[in-house]
Design a protein around this ligand. Structure first.
Ligand code: ABN
Length: 177
C-alpha cells in the first residue's frame, strides 16, 4: 500500500514539473513570437506603399467614395456616374463609347488645394442605366444662353449613336490661377 502511495506521489511530482516547465517555456516563447511579430510589423508599416495621390482622395481620414456626387472631381458633373454603372471615373462601361465633345470644369482638389481642369465626357450608345448614381453638380456653370459654360447638354450629340448613358471625369491638367 505504501509503495503504491509513493508511486502516485512520484507521478504527481513528475507531471507537476512537466506542466510548470511547459508553462514557463511555451509561454515565454509564445510571448516573444507575438511581440517580435508586432514590432517587425509596426516597423514595416510606414514603409508600405500607401496611395497618397490625388486620385485616392481621402477626406478627413475617410476614403472618398468615387460613387458619391461629393467626390471633388465631380464638382461640375451633371449626369450619371460611370463609376457606378460598370465603368470607372475615367472609363466608359462596356458597350458604350466616349463622346466626341465634352465640357471642361474647374475643381479644387482638397488634398493639395490646387484647381484642376476636369473634362466631362459622356458615354454614349446605351440608354438604359441600372442603379447608377445621378449627380447635379454645377460649379462654374452658367445658364444655357452662355453655350460654352453650360453643362446640362448631351455631349453624345456629335456621335453616331447619341443615346446618353453616363459621364466620366478625366483630369486634364492644373488650372492657371
Ligand atoms: N452631359 C450629361 C447630360 C446628358 C443628357 C442630358 C443632360 C445632361
Amino acid at each position: 500500500m505504501k509503495l503504491l502511495s509513493q508511486f502516485f506521489s512520484l507521478l504527481d511530482k513528475l507531471s507537476e514539473r512537466s506542466v510548470r516547465h511547459s508553462a514557463r517555456h511555451i509561454g515565454r516563447r509564445h510571448f516573444l513570437t507575438k511581440t517580435g511579430a508586432f514590432l517587425v510589423g509596426a516597423g514595416v508599416l510606414p514603409l508600405l506603399p500607401f496611395d497618397r495621390s490625388s486620385g485616392s482622395a481621402f477626406a478627413a481620414g475617410k476614403p472618398a467614395d468615387v460613387n458619391e456626387c461629393n467626390y471633388w472631381r465631380y464638382c461640375a458633373l451633371d449626369g450619371n456616374l460611370c463609376s457606378s454603372s460598370g465603368g470607372s471615373i475615367t472609363t466608359c462601361p462596356v458597350g458604350t463609347e466616349t463622346s466626341k465633345t465634352s465640357w471642361v470644369g474647374t475643381c479644387r482638389n482638397p488634398h493639395d488645394n490646387k484647381n484642376y481642369l476636369v473634362s466631362y465626357n459622356d458615354c454614349c450608345g446605351k440608354t438604359t442605366v441600372a442603379n447608377s448614381v445621378n449627380c447635379f453638380n454645377n460649379q462654374g456653370e452658367r445658364p444655357g444662353y452662355r453655350m460654352g459654360l453650360h453643362n446640362d447638354i448631351n455631349w453624345c450629340m456629335a456621335n453616331t449613336n447619341k443615346g446618353y448613358h453616363c459621364t466620366v471625369a478625366t483630369l486634364v491638367g492644373i488650372a492657371n490661377e
